[in-house]
Ligand binder design. Structure first.
Ligand code: AMP
Length: 190
């Protein structure tokens, strides 16, 4: 099993790099943002509840997210070579809960890949994305909020994985392919 957390601020390219990782290493993608957007689209109670947070650029409460991940992990069972967690964990509590869930299954997070991108570049990318994504949370006001939430609540998750010894920083700038090449070098060691 190869379990990876792909981590970084909104707009850092987690989704894009996850797609490439899945393709190359045949891993299962778990994106909490995608799951939530799907719940909203299908009009479930969970989706209705989550929408009020997402549209303001706030985090959906931990208990909802952790429950969602627990379901997803038991759905996959052992039918995968490993999982890419994208957009999760976003709080230290979520990181601790994930560790507990995996430990019970005799598994662990092998790598935490942090995609480092400067704030100006993130704003540029997210503003550009807002013109085509159709996402309710890609508006200028929400973008600012999401970056603030990332800096204040999510970035401490890095410290958790530094202590776990699995933190790796991808600070390279360049094309999607150039950044993926850096990632491959790290992942291939596993
Ligand atoms: P994303 O597509 O990963 O940028 O997520 C979009 C939005 O979904 C976030 O801004 C949050 O409101 C919510 N969300 C996604 N993942 C999480 C998470 N792990 N914890 C709390 N909220 C989340």
């Amino acid at each position: 099993m190869l379990n990876i957390v792909i981590f970084g601020p909104p707009g850092s390219g987690k989704g894009t790099q996850s797609e490439k990782l899945i393709e190359k290493y045949a891993l299962t993608h778990i994106s909490t943002g995608d799951i939530l957007r799907n719940e909203i689209e299908t009009g479930t109670k969970l989706g209705d509840n989550a929408k009020q947070y997402i549209n303001k650029g706030l985090l959906v409460p931990d208990e909802i997210i952790i429950g969602m991940i627990e379901n997803k992990i038991s759905e996959i069972k052992n039918q995968t070579k490993g999982v890419i967690f994208d957009g999760f964990p976003r709080t230290v509590q979520q990181a601790k809960a994930l560790k507990e869930m995996l430990t019970k299954r005799g598994e662990t997070i092998d790598l935490m890949l942090y995609l480092e991108v400067c704030r100006e570049e993130l704003i540029k990318r997210l503003s550009k994305r807002s013109q085509t994504s159709g996402r309710a949370d890609d508006t200028p006001e929400t973008i600012e909020n999401r970056l603030k939430v990332y800096e204040e609540i999510t970035s401490p998750v890095m410290e958790f994985y530094k202590q776990e010894g699995t933190y790796r920083c991808i600070s390279k700038t360049g094309s999607v392919e150039e950044i993926f090449h850096e990632i491959e070098i790290i992942v291939d060691k596993y």
